[in-house]
Design a protein around this ligand. Structure first.
Ligand code: PHE
Length: 352
């Protein structure tokens, strides 16, 4: 390499260094991360300063010191600028220049509350738990035996009609349970006596949806089987329940009724909470509203489940949670429970 060429290389490098220096001074970025953009362009392994350093070998040995110094200064200048860019606050992309006021209070997250049906179910269950009842649960898709046959429901019984039961179309031996009495059968079949259980859960009936009926609703049924259980035990247990649920002033009455799985059977009414017993639309001007069905477990049901009916007796009862909730909170339309209207639901925050 002749002197002239070496001189030319040196000259070219000095010019390049000058233009890099200018580019550093004038660097401006519109991008989201100017510091990183700067680093890549000037200081990175493929950056302009590294590229210029690679040209050092073309410089005459006696000039290298001077050239090296020049490049070091350039590098130092770039590093300073990089540090400066790095410490500058990053632009808030979404606020497009607007300042972010970090002292503003945060957005309050709405707090959920329990569904009224859950609240009342828990309340019902806890009242019976205090009397020594345990909670038992079972499947919502049931077979014919547990939902009907074991419970002494003869084939012509209206509850078996395709009209009010949802059967599984591929195999009608399977259905959506119409009551949680099926859970009681499952417990009796286990053969561990005495039994004292409540069975909360969702049940299904093929009903036309209205203010008073739905194709699904919730029940708590109860069963007590031991030696010498009497109708007096049944009455006292249910009387305790309504007083705990609705207050000590509440009155009850039992009316004779019919269920295939209990004998004798009764329905229990309480004084209408809307009119206080004077008579209104809700109680159909009788002053009473029905809240549950009950009775002494039919001996045939005990035998179906392998229990000796000459030794054991028991009582059973079943109530709709929707009905109890409507009475407790004076709700007149059952559909409100499944419409998910937050205005309705949030009224129960902190209830019970
Ligand atoms: N299983 C009955 C129903 O769903 C309620 C009931 C339970 C009645 C136990 C009497 C005894 O309607």
């Amino acid at each position: 390499m002749g002197d002239w060429l070496i001189f030319a290389a040196m000259n070219q490098m000095i010019q390049k260094a000058a233009s890099i220096k200018e580019a550093i001074d004038q660097f401006q970025s519109e991008g989201p991360d100017p510091a990183e953009e700067f680093r890549i362009r000037f200081l990175g392994t493929k950056g302009t300063i590294k590229a210029l350093m690679a040209e050092m070998k073309q410089v005459a040995p006696e000039d290298r010191r001077q050239m090296g110094q020049l490049l070091n200064e350039l590098k130092l200048q770039a590093e300073q600028k990089y540090a400066q860019l790095n410490s500058a606050p990053k632009a808030e992309v979404h606020t497009s220049g607007e300042a972010l006021d970090i002292t503003l209070p945060g957005e309050a997250l709405p707090l959920g509350s329990r569904h009224p049906i859950s609240l009342v179910r828990n309340r019902i269950v806890s009242i019976f738990q205090r009397l020594g009842f345990a909670v038992a649960e079972g499947p919502e898709i049931e077979d014919d035996w547990h939902n009907f046959t074991a419970l002494n429901l003869p084939e012509h019984h209206p509850a078996r009609d395709m009209q009010d039961t949802f059967y599984v179309s591929e195999d009608p031996a399977w259905m959506l349970r119409t009551h949680t009495s099926s859970v009681q059968v499952r417990e009796m079949e286990k053969g561990k006596l005495p039994i004292r259980i409540v069975c909360p859960g969702r049940v299904y009936r093929n009903e036309t949806i209205s203010a008073r009926a739905h194709c699904f609703f919730h029940q708590v049924e109860g069963l007590y089987i031991a030696e010498e259980v009497s109708f007096a035990d049944l009455k006292q247990t249910l009387y305790f329940f309504v007083q705990e649920m609705f207050g000590a002033e509440i009155k009850v009455r039992f009316r004779p009724s019919y269920f295939p799985f209990t004998e004798p059977s009764a329905e229990m009414d309480i004084t209408c909470l809307i009119c206080g017993g004077k008579g209104c639309n809700v109680c159909k001007h009788t002053g009473w509203v029905e809240i549950l069905g009950c009775g002494m477990v039919h001996p045939r049901v005990l035998e179906n489940c392998g229990i000796d009916s000459s030794r054991y007796s028991g009582f059973a009862f079943g109530m709709g949670i929707e009905r109890i909730t409507m009475l407790k909170y004076q709700i007149r339309d059952l559909r409100l429970f499944s419409e998910n209207d937050v205005r309705f639901l949030k009224q129960f925050a902190g209830a019970l």
